[in-house]
Design a protein around this ligand. Structure first.
Ligand code: IPM
Ligand code: MG
Length: 325
């Protein structure tokens, strides 16, 4: 996926240097860790990271993700995970009547249900317990909600906040309060509070009623898989993890799909779309737009992998995007 994204970006002939960091499961098997101990310092020497999906059946997923993806998101304090979900022309819809889909998810990216707080006791015994604690901080919620308000201002001026503050009575209630506070500073944006279960239903029943959605880490994770399917499939979905520092990280939303590894059939458009978000972050707005227009044009022409109804291979799609660029 990343090779295809690089190919497409390189076709723009921008003044840009790639540094490849071979971190992941192979690194784990060779060195015992997913990435080197000074990974965060290394990362900070760059302007942006384009990250390929990590994970392989030879290593338990929680070891993989807590050894690479989550320490990068959390250690670089990339607190907002931005995930556009737009159904492009030419990509088959999974919904009857092909309702338009153009949502923008803002997922909290460093705390909530992913805080990594918890533990296990009485291991191996019948009374064994596993505790996973969600952590919501006022400052942590405020910064991501502010980001979402700003994005809503630049779009339809409508923000939907997803919580579960009926059954959960601490973290999400705090979340709702912070949304109200931040709303006072952005009175031009209309805010609606929707419980996450109802929101999941509405995404399918009335997708065009939604624009910018802000959600906690776990809810954002779940809703954006659903959103990915509404835009054609997991292979289409892109994301940007941004924070207060200059560095940001861009990754397709899909996983590593070991079941089809090496077959050349996976969809590179989520990775290429992520590269377009990366270029925007680097201040290359023109390149970002040209790349996105090339993606839109291959979709319209039907140069698509089989997950989205086509028969092209991974590299045929990448080549087509690069050619149109
Ligand atoms: C995603 C992924 C990750 C997440 C996994 C791989 C830890 O599902 O980026 O959506 O849950 O954030
Ligand atoms: Mg996910």
């Amino acid at each position: 996926m990343i090779a295809e994204a690089r190919k497409a970006v390189d076709a723009l002939a921008l003044d840009l240097e790639w540094i490849e960091l071979p971190w992941g499961t192979e690194h784990f098997h060779a060195h015992g860790t997913m990435m080197p101990p000074d990974a965060l310092e290394i990362a900070r020497q760059h302007d942006a990271i384009l990250l390929g999906a990590v994970g392989h059946p030879s290593v338990p997923d929680h070891i993989t993700l807590w050894g690479l993806l989550l320490p990068l998101r959390q250690g670089l304090d990339l607190y907002a995970n931005i995930r556009p979900a737009r159904l492009l022309d030419g990509v088959p819809s999974r919904l009857e009547g092909r309702p338009p889909v153009d949502m923008l998810f803002v997922r909290e990216n460093t705390e909530g249900e992913y805080a990594g707080v918890g533990g296990r006791a009485h291991q191996g015994l019948d009374l064994e317990v596993g505790i996973e604690t969600s952590v919501f901080t006022r400052a942590g919620v405020r910064r991501v909600v502010e980001h979402a308000f700003e994005l809503a201002q630049g779009r339809r001026g409508v923000l939907t906040s997803a919580t579960k503050s009926n059954a959960s009575r601490y973290g999400y209630v705090l979340w709702d309060e912070v949304v109200e506070e931040v709303h006072e500073a952005h009175p031009d944006v209309t805010v609606e509070r929707v419980l996450v279960d109802a929101l999941a239903a509405r995404m399918v029943s009335h997708p065009s009623s939604l624009d910018v959605v802000v959600a906690s880490n776990l809810f954002g994770d779940i809703l954006t898989d659903l959103a990915a399917v509404l835009q054609g499939g997991m292979g289409m979905a892109a994301s940007a993890s941004v924070g207060a520092e200059k560095i940001a990280m861009f990754e397709p939303v899909h996983g590593s799909a070991p079941d089809i590894a090496g077959q050349g059939i996976a969809n590179p458009l989520g990775a290429i779309w992520s590269a377009s978000l990366l270029l925007d972050h680097l201040g290359e707005a023109d390149g970002a737009q040209r790349l996105m227009r090339a993606v839109e044009s291959v979709c319209r022409e039907g140069v698509l992998t089989r997950d989205v109804g086509g028969s092209a291979t991974t590299s045929e799609v990448g080549d087509s995007v690069a050619a149109r660029v």
